[in-house]
Design a protein around this ligand. Structure first.
Ligand SMILES: Cc1ncc(CO)c(N)n1
Ligand SMILES: Cc1ncsc1CCO
Length: 216
């Protein structure tokens, strides 16, 4: 079994909990409160900016030049997606500004940033993989489920389900597998741990939007 298959097995329960979340259910059938989606999009806009910067830092540390290029492209794409949020969703859903980083987004982004800054690059690659992989699985899951054609959240769903994003995800998985193969058992364990932590934070990110969790 390669690293990624084993890693996915270890978070299967977290993934199953994610697709059962009220946020995901209501996003899928279009009944999600506008206020929760607004909260989500504003936080995700902040998330994507920091995520893009983190991917660029990882790119700069990649052992092989083709992997550096892949992460620099991912970084660019994350910022392009952030711009798209601004151009379309902020207007469509009447979001006036991003606001500040709320607790879960703050925690997630600082976990990614500090992992990229202080841990071996293999661990940073593993920490960012759930951002790709879980969104792809959730996007595909929702697209397969689609009951209604009049979902106000349809275009968001299409960003992550479908071919283009799938290609990026496949590349990120392959780079992680290659990194895991060429490193030590000790670093491989830290890769697993980072993958699991980020997966838990993906769950928490949606839950925080559903609960509108802000600093006290
Ligand atoms: C919180 C979060 N994780 C992953 C993605 C997809 O990259 C996203 N847009 N937001
Ligand atoms: C993971 C990710 N999320 C939004 S863009 C991006 C990089 C894929 O190109």
């Amino acid at each position: 079994m390669n690293w990624s298959e084993n890693a996915w097995k270890s978070i299967e329960n977290i993934y199953n909990n994610i697709i059962e979340m009220s946020f995901i259910k209501e996003l899928s059938d279009g009944t999600l409160d506008k206020e929760k989606f607004q909260f989500y999009i504003a936080q995700d806009s902040l998330y994507l900016e920091h995520f893009g910067r983190t991917l660029a830092l990882i790119g700069s540390k990649a052992h092989q030049i083709e992997d550096a290029l892949a992460y620099m492209r991912f970084a660019e794409n994350a910022i392009v997606v952030e711009n798209a949020l601004h151009e379309s969703y902020f207007k469509e859903f009447e979001i006036s500004n991003k606001g500040i980083l709320q607790p879960v987004c703050h925690h997630y982004i600082h976990f990614l940033r500090s992992t990229a800054a202080f841990e071996p690059v293999e661990v940073a690659l593993a920490a960012t993989l759930p951002c790709f992989w879980i969104y792809k699985e959730v996007g595909d899951y929702i697209l397969n489920l689609e009951k209604t054609s009049e979902n106000p959240y349809q275009s968001w769903i299409e960003t992550y389900g479908g071919e283009d994003f799938a290609i990026a995800v496949k590349t990120a998985i392959e780079i992680c597998n290659k990194a895991a193969e060429n490193t030590t058992p000790e670093i491989r364990n830290r890769m697993n741990e980072a993958f699991i932590t980020a997966s838990k934070l993906e769950f928490q990110f949606w839950q925080a939007a559903y609960d509108l969790t802000i600093w006290e």
